[in-house]
Every structure is written in C-alpha cells, then in structure tokens.
Write a protein that binds this ligand. Structure first.
Ligand code: ADP
Ligand code: LRH
Length: 484
C-alpha cells in the first residue's frame, strides 16, 4: 500500500510543504509549495517573519490536502534554537533570529552561574553563542520572561498553532542546552540555577508520537470538514512529532548502506559528524567543540556546526547590493571551479562570520589581520569559501573519528549544498574519502519517513529507512583526486 503524508520543512533561507508517498519500495516527494524565508530587522533587532511563515504553511497545507485528499498526517521541522514566548494562546512578539546580537549578554550571564565546562557535562552541546539557553538568559535579564507562561521552539510553535497542543519535541529540545544529555529529560536543576521559570518548558514528546488533531478553525481554513476524530466530519489529520530539528530529520534520510559513514547536512549551515548510540562528553570533545544533539530513535548526532553556505549566500547578497544586479549561482560556481592557482583557506567556523553583513569584507579582514594575501575578485573569493568549507569538513570528520572511535569510510552530503559539485569534489579531495551526494531534500524525506513509520506505512530501524532512501534516491559519487 502507498499512502501520503505532508511534510512542512522550514530552512533558514526557504520553506516548503511536500507530499511524501511511502510504500514498501517507494519513497516519493511531490513539492506542493515553496516560499522564501526572509528575516525582518525591526528597531529591537533581527526577527523571523513567523506570521508570514505560518500563512505560507497554511497555504501549502491547503494545496496539499486539495491535491491529495488521502493525506494522513502532518510533520513539521525547522532550524533549531529559536523560540517564541507565549502567554496563554497569545504570542508575545515575533521570535528573534539566532543571528541577532542580543545573545552576547546572555552568554556572560549564563557562564557566571554555570561555567562552560560544567554546562558541557550537563548538555553535551558545542558552544554556539545563540544556543537557546543564552537567548533565554538575555530575555530574563530584560524582564521579558515575567509575562510568559510557555516558550515554544519554532516547529513546536507551528504545531501549537495547528493543534492547540503545547509540546517540546525532543530532538529540537536537545539544542536548547536545557536537556540533560544523559537522561534526555529537561534538566530541572540547570533550569532553576539559571533562574528560568520551569513553567516555560512543556512536556517533551519523542518522534513518532501524536501531538494532536487539527483545531476545527484550522480544518476549516484547510478546506476540510470542521470536526475531528470519531463521528466528526472529515478524516482525522493529526500532527505527528518527527525529528523537528531539521538536522535530525536530514540525518534520518542519509542514504547509507553501511554503518561506517560520516554525514554533512549542507545548507545555510554545515553540520558535520557521525551517528552514535551514546554521547561523548569528554574534556577532549569539549575542547574540540563537538556537540551531542538528540537524534531520532534515541541516537546521538555527534557533530560540529562549522558554518556553511551562508558564507557564500551572504557574499552573493553583498555583491548584489553593491552592484544592483542579481547574480547567478551556477555561473559563480563555474568561475570558481576554473580558478587554477591555489587560493587561501580561512577558518570557516570563526564566529566573526555569524552576523549578517559584508561577508567578502570580513573574509578579506580575516586574511589581512594575519598578514596573509586575501582572495581577490569574486571567483577567488568563492573558491576560497569552498576550499575553506571543505577543509573544515575534513578536520571535523577526522576529529569526530578520533573522539568517538567511530569508523568512517564514506562521507554522505545531503541538503541543498549537495548540488554544489565543486564543493562535493573538494570535500572528497580534502577528506581523502568518497563523497556520496544527495538527496537534496533529505530533511523533508526524514520528516516524511518518521511520520510514515508512525502511521504504519513502513516499518523498521533507521537502517531500514536509510536503505529505502538509498534505493529510491541513489546518490551521486565523487572520488578523491590524487596529488592534491
Ligand atoms: P536551508 O535548509 O538551510 O535553507 P538548503 O538545504 O535549502 O538550506 O540549502 C540551501 C543552499 O543550497 C544554498 O545556500 C545554496 O548554496 C545551495 N544550492 C541551492 N541550489 C543550488 C544549485 N543549483 N547549485 C549549487 N548549490 C545550490
Ligand atoms: C540548521 C540548524 C543547525 C543549527 C542551526 C541554528 O538549519 O538547525 O542544526 O545549529 O540551524
């Protein structure tokens, strides 16, 4: 039997609603809606345009149920760490964007109470200045938490808008810094020590659980019958918890056919690592700044966030603003591929590159402040970005292997960046390992598969789900070139 589910997948640059058709030997995505995700700077800082995103989600789901009346559930994923505060049903302002700089104060406040060494033992997370606990500390300092009774991460917020249920999906909750890495439960002690109100954090749900049925008002907006459940008009259409952290869903859909793989979830960010059964929370992993995020089925995503194609997209945005013309990505990439001389490599993960703004200028500054020759001209800058990302991937994969003892013989690249042939080839060259690229829409596929399993359309372990992806979405292979 083949049946359909709907995946809502919100990335930092764009969102989509997809129908996923899943059967014994079938996994097919049908895009229903794509929409840009453009942050908004207001007088108080940088925000996500959450109402616009919500409207796009409703429009996308309306098209999905029109196209496929048999759709049996909905799953929602997005980028991690950001949240909205609520009082009752009312959202207290639009969520801040993780690139907003209000978090610097939050980092100081948290580390005064709980030094990073101690935090790492508790939550196993890489230091990133925008992790939720730092954002919440900044909000507490500003008095913003006093009025709130709930904090919901973005996918949980959208699920709440659709169902009225307040839940915290576990894989995404693991990026808050407030979940105990050993137990997978909210860390009550840490929450209290940081002076955060316990009431903010709703019950955790694991991927596969039912979050709730659509509210009657939402059913009406989608053009479904107004009721739900037994005796009501129209079929049931629940929201199902999936790996709502986009990276967790992407890792589900890595088309691996053997256990010895590393993955790079390549989009706005690059998340580079291995999958483990147990966290690694040692001094060495802390010093290497490796994270232990919660995966689907209790797996651990042992990885590093090493920046990503943000370096490229923000450079393009700068050039487009300067030149008043729009640039074509494939053309820029082929110009970069044609650069035949060596270009400089910079530290792609340097926090100086996190904020929005003049990226080529900051890259030039990185080289200049070290007395090194900066790349000059667009082709060299693009080439330098891609070489630097590939080098960062190689170091992260080597370090992941050393720290965890995992064996790695192949690197899977999934997400939008898997279409970047030059980057895939450079990654093979610099890691010395074969790279298998695709699927592009791994996150949506992971979202679909976990729903499909919960609905009984497929069964089995993550390995069985990955084998299905490998059969239906065979990846493209890049071999390391010798003598580089
Ligand atoms: P996110 O989920 O973070 O929004 P995606 O997985 O959608 O990111 O990936 C977006 C990135 O994919 C873009 O920044 C761009 O660099 C890359 N990309 C998109 N289309 C192409 C393409 N045709 N060729 C090469 N790279 C591409
Ligand atoms: C990728 C991602 C990543 C986080 C970042 C905030 O979209 O979820 O895993 O580190 O956004």
């Amino acid at each position: 039997m083949t049946a359909a589910v709907a995946a809502v997948d919100l990335g930092a640059t764009s969102g989509r609603v997809m129908l996923g058709y899943v059967g014994h030997d079938e996994m097919r995505l049908v895009p229903v809606a794509r929409f840009p995700n453009q942050p908004v700077r207001t007088v108080d800082g940088l925000h996500w345009n959450i109402l616009e995103l919500y409207r796009s989600v409703i429009a996308g789901l309306t098209s999905a149920v029109r196209e496929e009346p048999g759709v049996s559930s909905i799953g929602i994923d997005s980028w991690a760490v950001d949240y909205a505060l609520l009082r009752g049903d009312r959202m207290l302002g639009a969520p801040f964007h993780y690139r907003d700089d209000r978090t610097a104060r939050g980092v100081e406040l948290v580390h005064e109470v709980a030094p990073f060494e101690e935090l790492y033992r508790a939550n196993g997370l890489q230091f990133l200045p925008f992790n939720t606990l730092y954002q919440l500390a900044a909000d507490r300092d500003g008095g913003w938490l006093d009025a709130a009774d709930t904090a919901l991460l973005v996918p949980d917020l959208l699920a709440f808008q659709l169902t009225g249920e307040r839940r915290a999906e576990a894989t995404n909750a693991s990026t808050t810094g407030l979940v105990d890495v050993a137990t997978g439960e909210w860390n009550e002690g840490l929450i209290a020590r940081l002076g955060l109100p316990r009431r903010l954090f709703p019950p955790l749900v694991r991927p596969g659980a039912v979050v709730g049925e659509l509210l009657p008002s939402v059913r009406a907006e989608l053009g479904l019958g107004s009721g739900a459940g037994a005796g009501a008009a129209g079929p049931s259409l629940p929201v199902i918890a999936i790996g709502s952290h986009d990276t967790a869903s992407a890792v589900v859909a890595v088309p691996a056919t053997a256990p010895d793989f590393a993955y790079i979830s390549s989009g706005t960010w690059s998340l580079v690592g291995v999958e483990l059964e147990h966290p690694v929370v040692t001094d060495a992993s802390r010093e290497a700044n490796f994270t232990n995020e919660g995966g689907v089925d209790g797996r651990v995503r042992f990885l590093q966030n090493v920046s990503g194609l943000w370096l490229l997209s923000e450079s393009v945005r700068t050039w487009e603003r300067e030149g008043g013309e729009s640039l074509d990505l494939p053309t820029l990439l082929s110009q970069a591929a044609a650069v035949a001389h060596p270009v400089g490599v910079f530290a792609a993960g340097d926090p100086v590159f996190i904020a929005p703004g003049d990226m080529p200028g900051r890259i030039a500054g990185w080289f200049g402040s070290r007395g090194l020759r900066a790349p000059s001209g667009r082709a060299e800058v693009v080439r330098s970005i891609l070489e630097s990302l590939a080098e960062a991937y190689a170091v992260s994969i080597r370090t992941a292997v050393e720290l965890s003892g995992a064996a790695v013989s192949v690197v899977h690249v999934v997400g939008g960046g898997s279409q970047n042939e030059l980057l895939c080839q450079l990654t093979a060259d610099r890691t010395g390992l074969p790279v298998l690229a695709g699927p592009v829409e791994a996150t949506a596929i992971g979202n679909v598969l976990v729903q499909a399993r919960a609905r009984g359309l497929v069964s089995g372990s993550l390995e069985a789900l990955r084998a299905l992806v490998a059969r239906t979405h065979p990846p493209r292979r890049y071999l390391p070139r010798p003598a580089r």
